[in-house]
Design a protein around this ligand. Structure first.
Ligand SMILES: Nc1ncnc2c1ncn2[C@@H]1O[C@H](COP(=O)(O)OP(=O)(O)OP(=O)(O)O)[C@@H](O)[C@H]1O
Ligand SMILES: [Mg+2]
Length: 265
């Protein structure tokens, strides 16, 4: 058992589960998941990041962790769930996933049940669980998001990212029960570009999605993170941005976003 990764039992009403998703790949979901987790941990929260990119994991690479105890081994029964919960640099815990595993490219009833059981078992142990989903709107991604209490959509100002963020919001809003939806705009190149992106996305959602919903989708912006060479530098070093370059503009923006997520902005 990785005792250091399991928080001491305390009064908890169960973790708030946030799914981090985007539609488009490579926009910064894993960066955001890992660094929001570190920022929340710094604020005294007990945080677990679950790599829900089940067949093409990246969280281990970003955090420079390597383990034979991933969700794949948990699902096959080779290891106990508690043994797969690992301490990550940054003071939070992780459940890693495997890589190059074709069996997770589609959701099966078995994996569905097992993933649900993992989240249910982890809920009482943490204050926050962040589900770092893969790209796209596959059934694996959609099921993962359905396990969450709230959704954090990561988008960049690029038109392709916006189109995919819109498609994701539309699919989620029309196929799953309504939940708070937050937006983090990554790789912005000027101040307030995040607000402009939010306004643009909200306008399209208001026009084409909200008229058919009983509770309209309201995208709340929790932050805008600049395009910052420090991010690439930290990834190359395989270190957390918040730990290796805490003074960088991107690190400061992610810490601010974590505060807003915590306060339910
Ligand atoms: N704010 C930023 N400034 C500079 N580079 C960034 C920024 N955000 C992300 N990147 C670059 O984009 C890369 C991809 O980020 P990340 O792996 O977090 O994306 P992802 O959405 O999780 O991708 P996938 O869809 O493959 O899971 C990072 O390794 C980094 O090089
Ligand atoms: Mg990722």
């Amino acid at each position: 058992m990785n005792a250091s990764a399991i928080p001491a039992a305390g009064a908890t009403k169960g973790a708030r589960v946030t799914a981090i998703t985007s539609g488009k790949g490579g926009v910064g979901k894993t960066l955001v998941a890992a660094n929001l987790a570190a920022a929340l941990a710094r604020l005294g929260e007990r945080v677990l990041v679950l790599d829900a990119d089940l067949g093409l994991a990246n969280l281990d690479v970003v955090l420079n962790l390597s383990s034979k105890c991933t969700l794949h081994e948990v699902f096959t029964g080779a290891v106990e769930l508690m043994d797969a919960v690992l301490p990550a640099p940054g003071g939070f815990s992780v459940l890693l996933a495997g890589s190059g595993m074709l069996e997770y490219s589609r959701m099966t009833p078995e994996v569905r049940d097992k993933l649900l059981a993992v989240v249910m078992q982890m809920r009482p142990l943490f204050d926050h669980i962040l589900l770092d989903t893969g790209a796209g709107i596959s059934d694996v991604v959609l099921f993962t998001v359905s396990l969450a209490d709230e959704v954090l959509v990561v988008a960049t100002p690029e038109p392709t990212s916006l189109a995919d963020a819109y498609a994701t919001v539309k699919v989620l809003a029309t196929t799953q029960p309504s939940r708070p939806m937050r937006l983090l705009v990554n790789q912005v190149q000027r101040a307030s570009e995040g607000r402009a992106v939010r306004a643009q996305l909200q306008q399209v959602v208001d026009r084409f999605v909200n008229p058919s919903l009983t509770s309209p989708v309201q995208l709340n912006l929790i932050g805008e993170v600049p395009l910052d060479p420090a991010v690439r530098e930290a990834v190359q070093r395989r270190q957390l941005l918040l730990e290796s370059l805490p003074g960088s503009e991107a690190a400061k923006a992610l810490a601010t976003a974590a505060g807003r997520l915590l306060n339910g902005a």
